[in-house]
Design a protein around this ligand. Structure first.
Ligand SMILES: Cc1ncc(COP(=O)(O)OP(=O)(O)O)c(N)n1
Ligand SMILES: Cc1nc(C(=O)O)sc1CCOP(=O)(O)O
Ligand SMILES: [Mg+2]
Length: 367
């Protein structure tokens, strides 16, 4: 006699209901199998995320939250649920989505596993209500904790990468936009801002989407100049706002706590205000007058030295910086530099990136 709820080849997958099991018992077996499979799925996904928090980020708090969730899930994995397992008869084990076989970056791997965990928790929340009165509410609460974990982890990753970034490429319109950015990424660039003051939104959306994909495939951050809506539309890592752009507080409301907000500053007052308002980094400049930003007077090296002594958040000097004068700004205290023409107009952006980074890497960042 077959066991209750067994997958039957001869009936083309229809679950055969046989004596002596009642209809109620058969349904119970199916529910148990769903719970068993999803308890495994949720724990496996969390383990994958935990390994990155531990070994990739070295973050004890995030690792501990993953472990805690795994342990709370394990308590529900009772012997009777495990006993309902029927892996050989489970057709679902043969089904893999092509995207499961390929991951373009750690970010996409993490996102796929967060998705998997959240789906599994939702299944456990719903079917769990048929198993135990406390199971639905318990898994609902865990699902919300996983959303928070995801947001904290992604935000932490962004901030860590921002701290590690020494060179910042701000793009200008170019026929070879993607090729130039990719060449710089190959040279070790980890921070890119899409800046096009004249294109229409159709083109901006198209280019920003492609650039975001490109940057993320190299593990680099992608920021949008001026436009919070565009940053959200293309799932960018943040936005850069000047003094005439949207206030930081409103941008923060729209973007949430985990995306980056940069602010341009030309003097000490603007710097202090940007820090107070919660900017994640500031632009410090223009150090030198530049044709890329016509009409903006140079703030000079004095302001660079002021930033070196006073900024409590990462800051990037900008304006007229190139391979010839980068050591002057470094000598004035700069540890991070943003450039437009030096890379966008370079014949060999990979080599220029490597050179600029080699100079910046000689100094140890404080923040
Ligand atoms: C890194 C960085 N610093 C400064 C700026 C300039 O921003 P803003 O003053 O808003 O001028 P526009 O770039 O919008 O012309 C920047 N984009 N990036
Ligand atoms: C976009 C921008 N903002 C600046 C500021 O000081 O706020 S200077 C600048 C342009 C920098 O271009 P380049 O590297 O070609 O001189
Ligand atoms: Mg602006």
């Amino acid at each position: 006699m077959k066991e209750a709820g067994y997958y039957d080849e001869s009936t083309n997958g229809v679950v055969v209901m046989v004596e002596p099991y009642s209809q109620k018992e058969l349904i119970q077996q199916v529910v148990y199998r769903i719970l068993d499979a999803n308890l495994d799925r949720a724990r496996e996904g969390l383990r994958i995320i935990e390994e990155w928090c531990r070994f990739g980020l070295n973050n004890a708090q995030l690792s501990a939250e993953c472990k805690q969730l795994r342990q709370e899930i394990a308590i529900w994995h009772t012997a009777e649920l495990r006993a309902a397992r029927n892996t050989p008869g489970d057709r679902g084990t043969e089904l893999t989505h092509p995207q499961e076989e390929q991951r373009s970056s750690v970010k996409s791997l993490l996102q796929a596993n967060f998705c998997r965990v959240q789906e599994a928790l939702r299944v456990l929340e719903e079917y769990g209500k048929l198993y135990h009165p406390n199971m639905g509410p318990a898994f609902k609460q865990m699902r919300y904790r996983v959303y928070t974990l995801e947001s904290n982890l992604m935000g932490y990753q962004r901030h860590q990468l921002l701290l590690r970034s020494r060179l910042y490429l701000v793009t200008s319109p170019s026929e070879s936009l993607l090729a130039t950015v990719e060449a710089a990424l190959k040279g070790g660039l980890t921070l890119v801002q899409y800046r096009d003051k004249t294109a229409d939104d159709t083109l901006r959306l198209e280019q920003a989407t492609k650039l975001r994909q490109l940057c993320h495939s190299y593990g680099a951050l992608f920021i949008i100049n001026d436009r919070v809506d565009l940053a959200l539309a293309v799932d960018a890592d943040g936005v850069h706002l000047g003094q005439q752009d949207m206030p930081i507080a409103i941008a923060r409301q729209l973007l949430g706590p985990q995306r980056l907000i940069g602010r341009s500053t030309t003097n000490s007052d603007e710097m202090q205000q940007a820090i107070t308002e919660g900017a994640d980094y500031i632009g410090v400049g223009p150090v030198y007058e530049t044709p890329t930003k016509v009409g903006k007077a140079a703030a000079g090296l004095e302001y660079v030295s002021y930033a070196a002594a006073n900024s409590s958040i990462p800051w990037f000097v900008i304006g007229g910086i190139d391979a010839n004068n980068i050591n002057d700004v470094i000598d004035a205290g700069a540890e991070r530099v943003a450039v437009v023409r030096s890379l966008m107009q370079a014949e060999q952006p990979t080599l220029v990136t490597q050179y600029l980074l080699s100079q910046l890497n000689r100094v140890k960042p404080e923040t």
